[in-house]
Design a binder for this molecule. Structure first.
Ligand SMILES: CSCCC(=O)C(=O)COP(=O)(O)O
Ligand SMILES: [Mg+2]
Length: 239
């Protein structure tokens, strides 16, 4: 089946896990308490969502208890919880870090080269990450390889649903079908996480597993590659 559109994950796929875990998450944790205290009015709705989710998960907290909510959010960072309010907040906090030059987003060179090539070939490129859409835009606009944001036609985050749920990919595919007239079977989802690939396949997308730091399995559950430059071996219709 011809590939007519690429949907890609970020952490572990275009970019290293270490940049997210060892640079972005610690920066967010360090600056979160002061940021939330300074912006608690504007963040009221986000803090209410945090309180509701925490309470649902058995850790009741009042939506006006700023200090308790800060602790919940810090614990979620430590646990790498993909909670939408946390992801939105992280995006807001990371903006200052990117703009001050405290860091630039890591890109695997093969990912940058392939994304540039596919864009030049007019293959629509989309991102689906647990990071908020705002965080994704900052990430690619301030990458080690320069401003890559213009390469992408659009972005999806956990507002569309969790990345391990097939329904999320059905929603994304339906929207892209409406926008581009491309069927789910002509879309290729790239990720480093098997459960995300399983969910995408269940929604009818084609899948490729980026296995960056370990040997490829003999019979992987999804077509597996160590680098974007190996994708054309599995998907010969890719430009
Ligand atoms: C896009 S900004 C940092 C990424 C992030 O916060 C995250 O949780 C990574 O999730 P992904 O779905 O890209 O693996
Ligand atoms: Mg990932």
């Amino acid at each position: 089946m011809t590939i007519k559109l690429i949907l890609t994950d970020i952490e572990g796929t275009t970019s290293s896990i270490s940049f997210v875990k060892d640079v972005l998450f610690p920066y967010a944790a360090e600056h979160l308490p002061a940021y939330v205290r300074a912006h608690s009015d504007e963040l009221r709705s986000l803090l209410a969502d945090t309180a509701a989710l925490s309470t649902t998960e058995g850790r009741p907290v009042a939506s006006d208890d700023t200090e308790a909510l800060i602790q919940v959010l810090l614990d979620w960072i430590s646990a790498d919880k993909k909670a939408t309010p946390l992801k939105t907040l992280q995006g807001l906090i990371w903006q200052a870090g990117y703009e001050s030059g405290a860091y630039r987003a890591h890109m695997y060179p093969d990912a940058t080269a392939a994304l540039r090539h596919w864009h030049a070939c007019e293959l629509p490129l989309y991102v689906y990450s647990s990071g908020s859409v705002a965080a994704q835009k900052l990430f690619f606009a301030h990458s080690e390889d320069g401003n890559l944001l213009p390469l992408f036609s659009g972005h999806f985050d956990t507002q569309v649903g969790g990345k391990r749920e097939a329904e999320s990919y059905r929603r994304i595919a339906a929207e892209l079908q409406r926008t581009h007239g491309i069927n789910a079977a002509e879309m290729l989802f790239l990720s480093d996480i098997k459960e995300e690939l399983d969910a995408a396949r269940a929604a009818g997308l084609q899948t490729a597993w980026l296995v960056r730091d370990e040997p490829l399995q003999a019979q992987p559950a999804h077509p597996a590659v160590a680098s974007f430059s190996d994708l054309t071996e599995c998907f010969p219709s890719l430009p």
